[in-house]
Design a protein around this ligand. Structure first.
Ligand SMILES: Nc1ncnc2c1ncn2[C@@H]1O[C@H](COP(=O)(O)OP(=O)(O)O)[C@@H](O)[C@H]1O
Ligand code: SF4
Ligand SMILES: [Mg+2]
Length: 369
């Protein structure tokens, strides 16, 4: 049994109302998302900004209610939990955010920040709490004497360590990491990623690791789900997804990797057009306005996310007709140094001059090869 199972989650936000208050336009932030997370493993949720990743995170934690669909944790539907069970779930599933500064109360010392969840869930008797705070600080690589300090006295990386310690205080089984290193300097990122991986090994944690950054995902994911405009277009084991991407969107992301061997034959695939808005998403396959393989059927019929025998899921009408994936990935497959460069292009989307306003398009080479 999976630790977490999400089935067909839907969440539409009202974007406009008539003068009578009737909703007239919806943002289809999450539109039929399903996935599983195994205990002790990491599922990465990857996609461009605005594709619905944070909304999925909030739905999973029941911080917001879905319009439809279900979330079950250890086999139990979250919507059916009574107050006590929901409290227990709030212990088992934690979240850390991109900006630790915003999520830490500036008027509380680190000791107070870490004691609060211990007291709230009555986990440790009052006389042992100080000791537990020190243990937590050591666990995340901070010195116990830091307990007396305030959040503003720390660097960004240290603050993220404090946020991780606070999440760990309640001994969770699942932590949702929503862009946890996106605000950190590149040099600090790998330290925090290593810490998360190390904690996973030691404590058996499961993660949902949300990122727009393929580089980050590569370091931490067991499985990857690629999201586009409120829906998952492809899910596979991380190695498999990087080596044999099937969905044209995943391929477009990966095809920006420079080829390590210049004699290797490879096609590049350029995305056409602007990324459409979740306010008025395209009919049929939501990728059809940008997909070079689009056929009439794609414009009218949304493709289902279908699995092969190995558990690689793809949502595309033309999966079996597309060119083999070898043409789109480096000859050595998998996690090549070249991937690092793609990833830099993808993750640095905000800094890359973008003519079309879309990060990925901007990160693509100017002409097809
Ligand atoms: N509370 C809200 N009200 C209205 N629209 C929202 C709300 N939260 C998110 N959205 C919209 O839903 C879409 C998905 O947002 P989000 O889940 O934050 O994406 P991501 O985390 O992938 O960047 C975006 O178009 C965003 O503007
Ligand atoms: S369903 Fe059609 S438009 Fe969508 S990804 Fe596949 S080929 Fe492209
Ligand atoms: Mg987000």
């Amino acid at each position: 049994m999976a630790l977490l199972e999400v089935k067909n989650l839907v969440k539409h936000f009202v974007a406009a109302r008539s003068v009578f208050g009737r909703p007239t336009a919806f943002i289809k932030a999450v539109d039929g998302v399903s996935f599983r997370v195994e205990a002790g493993k990491t599922l990465a949720l990857v996609g461009e900004s605005g594709c619905g990743k944070s909304t999925v995170s909030r739905l999973v934690l029941r911080l917001i209610e879905p319009d439809s669909g279900s979330v079950s944790f250890e086999g139990r539907d979250l919507l059916g939990l009574d107050a006590n069970e929901l409290r227990a779930f709030r212990r088992d599933a934690q979240i850390i955010f991109q900006d630790p500064y915003a999520s830490l109360n500036p008027r509380m010392t680190v000791s107070q920040i870490l004691t609060e969840p211990l007291a709230l869930h009555d986990l440790v008797p009052p006389q042992r709490r100080r000791e537990r705070v020190e243990e937590l600080l050591r666990l995340v690589g901070l010195e116990p004497r830091f307990a007396r300090r305030y959040p503003h006295e720390f660097s960004g990386g240290q603050r993220q360590r404090i946020a991780i310690a606070r999440a760990l205080a309640v001994e969770p089984k699942l932590i949702i990491c929503d862009e946890p290193v996106s605000a950190l300097d590149v040099s600090i990122r790998s330290q925090i990623l290593n810490l998360l991986r190390d904690l996973q090994d030691r404590l058996g944690l499961a993660y949902i690791f949300v990122s727009h950054d393929l580089a980050v995902v590569k370091h931490i994911a067991d499985r990857v789900a690629v999201m586009n405009l409120g829906g998952i277009v492809e899910t596979a084991e991380a190695q498999e997804l990087f080596a044999s991407p099937r969905h044209p969107y995943s391929r477009a992301l990966l095809s920006a990797i420079p080829v390590p061997n210049p004699r290797a034959k490879r096609s590049r695939m350029l995305l056409q057009g602007e990324m459409p808005s979740a306010l008025n998403p395209p009919s049929g396959c939501r990728f059809h306005t940008r997909c070079p393989y689009v056929i009439e059927r794609c414009r009218v019929e949304p493709p289902e996310l279908l699995a092969d025998a190995a558990g690689h899921l793809t949502a595309c009408h033309r999966t079996t007709e597309l060119p083999p994936s070898e043409a789109f990935v480096p000859v050595d497959g998998g996690f090549s140094p070249a991937l690092e460069r793609l990833v830099a292009a993808f993750s640095g989307a905000a800094e890359v001059p973008v003519s079309s306003g879309v990060g990925i398009v901007g990160a693509m080479p100017p002409a097809a090869v």
